[in-house]
Structures are given as structure tokens and as C-alpha cells.
Design a protein around this ligand. Structure first.
Ligand code: PTJ
Length: 248
């Protein structure tokens, strides 16, 4: 039990989630390493959402609203840290959710599928029962793709990925939104929009923006959405994200 008064309470809580996910059998053991790397970058940006990340979130939501078939891709770490938040975002933006694992095993897929179903999200794509297609030129289990999901998606959210998929998906004509605390990662550089923020803050912020756009009618204003997307430069945004890292 972590005392709420601990100065690193939030961070320790996330560590607990990741540790439990490993014990429950759905987090890849490398997921612990990935989490540690994320923690270090989060520390450097002050463990808060920067204005730069907020801009990227707005561009991401606008891109999703303009999409025909948006898909939110989930792996072990994303499930451990943000399963409820991902479901909320999918509901707010009418997106599909698909399991995609680098270290894919039927057991991990089964546990993650069950977790989504227990939360009322029945139609989880990329599961064991589905006949999956394969993305060309991708030589890892990440190549698995649901026909109605990532195979035909025009926009995909890919949080916390290693660097092999984003580039290929972009080459396949998809718009890729990454959530990655490391602004110099391969995924960050290769994606269409990179949100340099912790997934636990970025996804709820995206949902908040999505709901605000809906309430104000902007979600249905194509011109407004296109303007946000066209004004966004991932290269510039990554430069600003890097500048937000302060070594004091
Ligand atoms: O569940 P699987 O089998 O698909 O495996 C998933 C992992 C995460 C193990 C796999 O994709 C991997 O090895 O990823 P990497 O190469 O370690 O990259 C993960 C990236 O996510 C790194 O750049 C981290 O800085 C970043 N990251 C880690 N935690 C967070 C994060 N970004 C946002 N929020 C976080 N909480």
C-alpha cells in the first residue's frame, strides 16, 4: 500500500499497475523496461502536459474526427495504464479498438480481450478468434491486422510502440498518431502526429477535447478541423517537445 502523502505517489501508482499487469500475465516483460524509459522522460518534462503536447492532442482529435475508419491500437502497457481511458476515447470519437502486440501470444491476447469485455467493450478487434490479415513489409507479430480495423484504417492511434510499425503504416498511406514520451524515438519521428506526453494524461485530454469539439459543434465543421490539421507540423512540435526537457 503506497501512502498518499508520498511525494512520488502518482508515479508509484503507475509502477504498481505495470507490476500487477506483469503478474496477471498480459504485460510483456520488456514492458517493464519500456515503462522505466517512459518514467525517465516524464521526469524530464516535469510530469505534466506541455502546451506543445496539448497542440498535438488537438491535431490528433481533429485528424480522428476527419477519419473514415479510425482505430485505437492497444498493447500490454496501454491496457495496464489506460484501459478505461481508451474506451472513453473510443466512445467519444466513434473509433474501433484493436489489440496489437509486439510479443504476441494467445494467452496475452485472451487476457486483454477479457479485460475489455468485462468493461463492456465487446467488439475488440485483433483477437484470437479473428482471421487476421498481415501488413506487408513488417517482420514482427505487430504485422497482424484486423481486416475491418488496422488493415483498412485511415487513421490509427499507436501508443507506446517500439519503432518498427509506424513507418510502415505511414508508407501504407495511413495517418499515424503516436503517444510517446521520447521525442527522439523512431516512432515519434516517423508518425504523422506525435503526442509527447504520458498516456495517462494524453488520452483523457484527447477525450476532453473531443467532447468539447462535439458540444461546440466544431466536431462537424470540416473546415475548422482541416485548419487545425494543416497548421500542425510534427517536426516543429517535436523540436518544441525536446526544448521542454529541462536539465536543471
Ligand atoms: O505489449 P507488447 O508486446 O506490444 O510490447 C509493448 C512494448 C512497450 C514492450 C514494446 O512496444 C516496446 O518494447 O516498446 P519500446 O521500444 O520500449 O518503446 C516504448 C516507448 O514508449 C518508449 O519510447 C517510451 O519512452 C514510451 N513510453 C513508455 N511509457 C510511456 C511512454 N510513452 C507515453 N506514456 C507512457 N506511460
Amino acid at each position: 500500500m503506497i501512502p498518499k502523502t508520498h511525494p512520488r505517489y502518482e508515479s508509484l501508482l503507475l509502477r504498481d499497475k505495470v507490476k500487477n499487469a506483469l503478474k496477471e500475465g498480459y504485460l510483456a516483460d520488456s514492458g517493464m523496461i519500456a515503462h522505466g524509459r517512459g518514467e525517465a522522460f516524464d521526469y524530464l518534462i516535469g510530469e505534466k502536459t506541455t502546451e506543445t503536447a496539448k497542440k498535438a492532442c488537438e491535431a490528433a482529435v481533429a485528424t480522428i474526427y476527419l477519419a473514415k475508419n479510425p482505430v485505437l491500437s492497444v498493447n500490454g502497457n496501454t491496457t495496464a495504464l489506460a484501459i478505461d481511458e481508451i474506451i472513453e476515447l473510443a466512445k467519444a470519437t466513434n473509433s474501433k479498438i484493436e489489440i496489437n502486440l509486439f510479443y504476441r501470444t494467445p494467452e496475452r491476447v485472451e487476457i486483454i480481450t477479457k479485460m475489455f469485455k468485462e468493461r463492456g467493450w465487446e467488439k475488440i478487434l485483433g483477437g484470437n478468434d479473428e482471421e487476421l490479415a498481415y501488413i506487408d513489409n513488417l517482420n514482427s507479430p505487430r504485422a497482424t491486422a484486423s481486416e475491418e480495423g488496422s488493415y483498412t484504417a485511415d487513421v490509427m492511434l499507436v501508443p507506446l510502440e517500439d519503432g518498427d510499425r509506424a513507418e510502415i503504416l505511414v508508407q501504407n498511406g495511413k495517418k499515424i498518431i503516436a503517444i510517446d514520451l521520447n521525442p527522439v524515438s523512431r516512432t515519434a519521428k516517423m508518425s504523422t502526429i506525435t503526442i509527447v506526453d504520458n498516456i495517462v494524461r494524453a488520452v483523457p485530454l484527447m477525450t476532453k477535447i473531443a467532447n468539447e469539439f462535439k458540444e461546440s459543434g466544431k466536431a462537424y465543421d470540416k473546415e475548422f478541423l482541416e485548419k487545425i490539421v494543416n497548421n500542425f507540423s510534427n517536426e516543429e512540435n517535436l523540436k518544441d517537445s525536446l526544448a521542454a526537457i529541462e536539465l536543471k
